[in-house]
Design a protein. Structure first.
Ligand code: 3HC
Length: 322
């Protein structure tokens, strides 16, 4: 066991652990900034998973068949599970789940911009699976190697489930594309609406991203926002060709010199506006989240009372006081 007492020793041990690509665990010493950055990112991620249940949950009662409904229910429940793993990961950093939820509801913490757009047709369910979960996978697979152990480990299961989400979306769209002219038009219209918001999920351009540089040094993030956005564009184009849809970007073309696709600039003023809470569905999302939290108060109270009773019973049996 290493004998570390002075703060500099602790800092050195932390730096060596990061440099060796080893994991930082909750009981390890870590700089305050590292802890704060992780709580911020993990909490935003958890909020995104929970708020992300709403756009598709909106279609559960109107799914076109029992099969589609069963798939959609499983997917929406998976997102709830992802949120819970992530809140647990945040708790290992000393954050309080109730406090994080309050901050979300009061607009003091963010969640992904993508979930502030409305879902207008059933094709949106397919496009969210294909593009939104596809973008989430692209962003989150590298996070399986994030330097903080509980976050990295949570990401492994999350990514496996996101792969199923992406495939169900693609399969839904492929089915619609084999259908009628109206169904094909519905898919293309949904792709047109979701393409740019999906690119914005990766965050602002690198030169306007205040957190990327430090998060990369700490190996919380393994790639920059622009690197992942490029990867997503390159992987989505062949998939769009197989489906028979196009992306609404006249600047999209293969660049043989870069060995990658060039593409247009997302509307970053729209992004900023949505992040500030002015998206088409922003108010609805937070109102619903608050109502769900308020309606669940009795469950939390009951769980707390049960835990108290168990603790007292344990103390009576053992003679201990906790
Ligand atoms: N939506 C809302 N806010 C965003 C954003 C987005 N798409 N992209 C960036 N931001 C915010 C950042 O949180 C940061 O705000 P803050 O400093 O006030 O906290 C600010 O904009 C500047 O951005 P940075 O690039 O400096 O921030 P990060 O270094 O944190 O990078 C990120 C942003 C790439 C989203 C990174 O936080 C990340 O990889 N997070 C983990 C993944 C995640 O949260 N995904 C959300 C979607 S989850 C999902 O899609 C569920 C699935 O089921 C579909």
């Amino acid at each position: 066991m290493t004998n570390v007492e002075a703060p500099q020793d602790l800092q050195n041990l932390f730096d060596e652990t990061i440099a060796a690509d080893q994991r930082i665990e909750p009981r390890d010493w870590m700089p305050d900034g590292y802890r704060k950055t992780l709580i911020r990112q993990v909490a935003q991620h958890a909020h995104s998973e929970i708020i992300g249940m709403q756009p598709e949950g909106n279609w559960l009662t109107r799914a076109p068949s029992l099969r589609r409904k069963a798939i959609l229910m499983a997917k929406v429940q998976d997102e709830a599970g992802h949120g819970l793993y992530l809140y647990s990961a945040a708790e290992t950093l000393g954050a309080d789940r109730g406090d994080l939820t309050t901050k979300l509801i009061e607009g003091k913490q963010k969640y992904s911009s993508i979930f502030n757009y409305p879902t207008l047709t059933y094709a949106d369910v397919g496009v969210i699976g294909w593009l939104v979960d596809g973008a989430a996978i692209c962003n989150q697979v590298p996070l399986c190697r994030s330097s903080f152990g509980p976050y990295a480990r949570a990401m492994i299961r999350v990514c496996k489930e996101e792969s199923f989400h992406q495939r169900q979306g693609f399969e839904l769209l492929a089915t619609m594309m084999r259908g009628t002219e109206a169904q094909r038009a519905m898919v293309q219209e949904a792709v047109d609406r979701w393409w740019w918001p999906a690119l914005m999920m990766f965050g602002p351009p690198d030169d306007e991203s205040p957190n990327t540089e430090q998060s990369m040094k700490w190996r919380i993030k393994r790639h920059t926002n622009d690197e992942l956005r490029q990867r997503f564009v390159d992987m989505s184009i062949p998939q769009a060709e197989i489906l028979g849809v196009t992306f609404p970007d006249p600047d999209l073309r293969w660049n043989p010199e870069r060995g990658a696709h060039d593409f247009g600039e997302p509307d970053w003023s729209e992004f900023m506006d949505v992040v500030r809470g002015n998206g088409a569905a922003s108010v609805e999302r937070i109102t619903n989240r608050k109502a769900a939290h308020d309606n669940g108060a009795w469950v939390r109270d009951a769980a707390y009372a049960f835990a108290q009773r168990e603790r007292l019973a344990h103390d009576r049996t053992t003679g201990e006081t906790s």
